[in-house]
Design a protein around this ligand. Structure first.
Ligand code: GAR
Length: 218
């Protein structure tokens, strides 16, 4: 079966991109990275993509007169590359409603909290401030409201008494690197459908899918 072609949008470090690259390096994984696109020249993520021999494109957003023009260029590049699923992986630009609608149910994001808790900036600090005992990450389809949309995969990690935002962020990041490839695999296998604003996953063992605690025997 043809592999699902991913367009990965990045702005920074690119550790989630790396997790996707590593997953796709397995010939049995049902997706491949078709394009890595960044709005930031010199982003470490772009270097990771080059090292993996993947097609890259840098579109500095300041070169465009408006958000709509920038998003139009991104859309054209993704379409040219035959992308079937857009993966936001630390992409630090808000996308216009037209772009989000064009990729409805074909664009996913990862966020370092258990949504709908702690949307927006500094979710790890928000978790510490709220005193929660667990946090984690969420992979979800993208909607126009920030950090919302049908939830595909969540992974849980403990919040420990001595955590700083940095320590918690690192722990969550480890969970992200497992959750993102899992979400992509579920979509690529055709096991996800959106009903209302919920993503329904069919088949498989439910104990292995909606909840993971990496490092805790899972
Ligand atoms: C990740 O922790 C991701 O969840 C977060 O940015 C980081 C990117 O790291 N995204 C958001 O906060 C989106 N709201 P990476 O560049 O190493 O993948």
């Amino acid at each position: 079966m043809a592999r699902l072609r991913l367009g990965v949008l990045v702005s920074g470090r690119g550790s989630n991109l790396q997790a996707l690259i590593d997953a796709c390096s397995d010939p049995d994984f049902p997706a491949e990275v078709a394009l890595v696109l960044s709005n930031v020249a010199g982003a470490p993520a772009i270097e990771r993509a080059r090292r993996a021999g993947l097609p890259t494109l840098v579109l500095p957003h300041r070169d465009y007169a408006s958000r709509a023009e920038f998003d139009g260029a991104v859309h054209a590049a993704l379409a040219d590359a035959g992308v079937g699923l857009v993966c936001l992986a630390g992409f630090m630009r808000l996308l216009t409603p037209g772009f989000v609608d064009a990729w409805r149910d074909r664009m996913v994001n990862i966020h370092p909290s258990l949504l709908p808790a702690f949307k927006g900036l500094h979710p790890q600090q928000q978790a510490l401030d709220a005193g929660v005992r667990v946090s984690g990450c969420t992979v979800h389809f993208v909607r126009n409201e920030m950090d919302s949309g049908p939830i595909l995969v969540q992974a849980v990690v403990p919040v420990l008494p001595d955590d700083t935002a940095e320590i918690l962020a690192d722990r969550i990041l480890g969970a992200e690197h497992a959750a993102y490839p899992l979400a992509v695999r579920l979509i690529a296998e055709g096991r996800v459908r959106v009903e209302g604003e919920r993503a329904i996953v069919s088949g498989g063992d439910w104990r292995a899918v909606p909840l993971m605690v990496p490092g805790a025997g899972a």
